[in-house]
Design a protein around this ligand. Structure first.
Ligand code: NAD
Length: 466
């Protein structure tokens, strides 16, 4: 038996706004496979006191809400919802002092329905399989929402890179790659950088993979150094995509960006580029934070100077930037501003701080920064949320360009990369906004509806090999 492709409901049903009741109660709204109701996700109310707000369960709640609106056949819903493959590896690494330490690594391939799996690799002490599964699923929806031919994946290693030497990190990366030789590959699963990994990490993965297959395969990873088959514009791509989305949202809301007050949580790859580009468009970056603290200046921080300061500082931090006052992460989130950009980690905007947020646009540079409970609160407050699967999709879009260029052996000028990114991001924003307006749903549900429909359509066309 083959599932049928769902059509978008013609008009919004009565009471078609976000199903706050089910979201608040922590229950998914749809039924899972076998027509049985899904088990309750959590009887507790989510709060930031929770040490582990389950990212995967959060993602499932967002999925269920959108799938319900698409009237997806519940008998097949798990086929596109659950991760296809999750691999756990134990990685022995020789440390600089001669001892061996075992690190746990993960690679989750959520979907290969629309193409090879695609997703970053994160090095962080808090990495869990649950988080990897959520981030892998988000990659599936993200690739689908911007219409690039990839499925979703994510990987990570439980480690604290700040306490490891470069040599230890290289050995860890190479061992992780060697253990995943059967999983990754240009046609199978293409990793990229994420939190605490960078172009150097990708170069080590590319080299290790190439040594094993006996020839150089640049397209096995994206986010590589330009000299090794990386793409112009990849480093800035996620932040640039955030800029395009914020520009489109501001246009929709008739909010002038020139002089708009912007606060950015997380000043790494995504946050710093988004802040820099927005400042170049005339926005006022009034506050930024990072893992060490933050800085605030109501008149606007001078971005070129701040970037230079961070670059030269020992811990690569914004703290103690001259001409600013210190600000905590929690204070930044509650600061009155026009645009708030969470660009650090997940679950930063929760039921506990959402009511105190004073922004017009929440641009989710990070993956999963807003819990479902907070999402419902902000929705009610009228905050225009640009959901992560759309807002930060610029990175994977240029990763796709990198993969294409590596396979062609022909490389584009930065202008061409940025132009193509511009078109894809603005078109995707418009696609999501159209669904949001037509079906009277918020941008997150609209983005999920668009992406689930695309993945579902691919599954229907391929058929189920059962
Ligand atoms: P990064 O490591 O370059 O930067 C992370 C930043 O967040 C750093 O400034 C760090 O100090 C800060 N940070 C960490 N913990 C914090 C805390 N508790 N409070 C405030 N700041 C904190 O990582 P990145 O690549 O910029 O990724 C940031 C987010 O964006 C992640 O959620 C990632 O999954 C997502 N993302 C990244 C890309 C990409 O291309 N890099 C693409 C899509 C999504």
């Amino acid at each position: 038996m083959s599932p049928k492709a769902p059509a978008f409901p013609k008009t919004a049903k009565k009471g078609n706004s976000v199903n706050r009741k089910s979201v608040k109660a922590g229950r998914p709204a749809a039924v899972s496979g076998n027509d049985r109701p899904s088990p309750p996700i959590s009887p507790r109310r989510l709060s930031s006191d929770d040490l582990h707000i389950s990212s995967f369960k959060n993602m499932m709640m967002q999925f269920d809400e959108a799938a319900r609106r698409l009237n997806i056949d519940s008998r097949y819903v798990d086929l596109i919802k659950l991760p296809r493959r999750s691999v756990t590896v134990q990685l022995p690494v020789q440390m600089d002092n001669g001892s061996f330490k075992i690190f746990t690594g993960y690679r989750v391939q959520h979907s290969i329905m629309r193409g090879p799996a695609k997703g970053g690799i994160r090095y962080h002490p808090d990495v869990t399989l649950d988080e990897m599964q959520a981030l892998a699923a988000w990659m599936t929806w993200k690739c689908a929402v911007v219409g690039i031919p990839f499925g979703g994946a994510k990987g990570g290693i439980v480690c604290d890179p700040a306490k490891m030497s470069r040599g230890e990190l290289e050995r860890l990366t190479r061992r992780y790659t060697a253990d995943l030789m059967d999983e990754i590959g240009p046609e199978k699963d293409v990793p990229a950088p994420d939190v605490n990994t960078d172009a150097q990490t990708m170069a080590w993965i590319m080299d290790t993979y190439s040594m094993h297959v006996r020839h150089t395969v640049t397209s096995v990873v994206t986010g590589k150094p330009i000299e090794l088959g990386g793409s112009c514009g990849r480093r800035e791509a996620t932040g640039r995509g955030v800029l395009f989305c914020v520009q489109e949202a501001a246009k929709h809301l008739k909010l002038p960006l020139r002089g708009a007050r912007v606060a950015v949580q997380g000043f790494g790859n995504v946050g710093s580029v988004a802040a820099d580009l927005l400042a170049k468009e005339g926005a006022k970056i009034i506050a930024v934070t990072d893992a060490h603290g933050g800085v605030h200046n109501p008149n606007g921080l001078e971005l070129p100077k701040l970037l230079d300061y961070v670059h030269r500082s020992l811990n690569k931090t914004v703290t103690r930037f001259p001409g600013s006052r210190p600000i905590t992460n929690e204070e930044l989130v509650k600061l009155g501003c026009d645009v708030l950009i969470p660009a650090a980690l997940e679950n930063q905007i929760t039921e506990e701080n959402a009511r105190e947020i004073r922004c017009k646009i929440l641009a989710e540079g990070a993956n999963g920064p807003t819990t479902p409970a907070a999402d419902a609160i902000l929705d009610k407050m009228g905050v225009f949320i640009i959901p992560d699967i759309l807002c930060n999709a610029g990175g994977v879009t240029v990763s796709y360009f990198e993969w294409v260029q590596d396979r062609m052996g022909l490389f584009w000028e930065e202008e061409e990369v940025n132009g193509r990114l511009d078109r894809i991001m603005r078109r995707s924003f418009a696609d999501v906004l159209k669904i949001s307006l037509e079906h009277k749903v918020n941008m997150r549900i609209a983005a999920f509806m668009l992406s689930i429909k695309r993945v579902w359509d691919a599954m229907v066309m391929r058929g189920i090999y059962a």
